[in-house]
Design a protein around this ligand. Structure first.
Ligand code: HSE
Length: 302
């Protein structure tokens, strides 16, 4: 039996569009055992959204990984999924499938992939590194990928001081739609300002200046202004997070989940935020520092 655990992730952190992401303490777990054919056992809530056969993104990512090493056949497994990560809400559910599939191929075929190998394959599948990098490494990652050149730097120090309160609405936003409404060009001056804000965010993360991290999170000019029609509740949720002491807040990935950053949120802050946002699922999370992990247990009858 192979058990694989992949963390949820939150991309962008405001101005770090398609580049910055972090791993969070919510997980997808895959229990995989050899079988006669491929199947994916899903929790009831996920069944409308995740295929249970070979069109499943976990299977497709595993097969893609095998193909990278000129292996055509993946021995079939029965995969039982336990999923804490809501689907299509901006918490990296598709990256958990991509990274889970790569790890599954790694384990079944004993490929001995390094984290860097996994990241290269994942970027090839996903197209941008902001969710897949933290799902692999854990912590906060800052990456760039142009289709060929790939760089990624990880931050993990003192992240335990931070609480990330995720406010999850009950509607879905498809990433494809949330990307289709973005402009195809940005005036040079605006792009310089927008990248300056992201640069300061990264410097503040490096210095662990959480107040400045929070301030810069609120300064995005790349994507959030264009996504306000898809996530109309962002101003209301931001006001409540702000009122109860959030250092910063942003739309997680392509939304609709919104995240507030707190310095060690107190029970009082958490209770007040939860009480004032009764129509949302409020999740109190921390940074996951491990990234994807796998363990193998011998079958009982061996
Ligand atoms: N950076 C991506 C976006 C994350 O905001 O569209 C979702 O894939």
């Amino acid at each position: 039996m192979i058990t694989i655990r992949i963390p949820a992730t939150s991309a962008n952190l405001g101005p770090g569009f398609d580049s910055i992401g972090m791993a969070l303490t919510q997980y997808v777990t895959l229990n995989c055992e050899p079988a006669d054919e491929w199947s994916f056992d899903l929790q009831k809530k996920d069944q409308p959204f995740i295929p249970n056969g070979k069109t499943n993104l976990i299977y497709k990512s595993a097969l893609f990984t095998a193909n990278q090493y000129a292996i055509e056949h993946l021995p079939p497994h029965k995969v039982t999924m336990t999923n804490e990560v809501p689907i299509a809400r901006g918490l990296g559910s598709s990256s958990t499938a991509v990274v889970g599939g790569i790890e599954l191929a790694n384990q079944i075929l004993q490929l001995e992939l390094s984290d860097r190998d996994k990241l290269e394959i994942a970027c090839n599948i996903e197209g941008h590194p902001d969710n897949v990098a933290p799902a692999i490494y854990g912590g906060i990652t800052v990456s760039s990928y142009d289709g060929t050149n790939l760089e990624s730097v990880r931050f993990s120090k003192e992240l335990e001081q931070l609480t990330w309160i995720a406010v999850v609405p009950d509607y879905h936003v498809e990433t494809e739609e949330a990307r289709s409404i973005l402009p195809t060009e940005l005036p040079y001056k605006d792009a310089v300002h927008a990248s300056g804000m992201a640069n300061v965010l990264v410097a503040a993360l490096a210095e662990k200046d959480w107040l400045l991290v929070g301030r810069m999170m609120k300064q995005d000019k790349w994507h959030q202004p264009y996504r306000s029609d898809l996530i109309p509740d962002f101003p209301h949720v931001s006001n409540i997070l702000n009122e109860h002491g959030a250092l910063g807040y942003y739309i997680s990935g392509a939304g609709p989940t919104m995240i507030g950053l707190f310095h060690n949120a107190s029970d009082d802050q958490i209770n007040k935020v939860t009480k004032q946002l009764p129509n949302y699922q409020v999740e109190v999370l921390q940074a996951d520092l491990c990234g994807v992990s796998a363990s193998v247990t011998p079958a009982m009858n061996q």
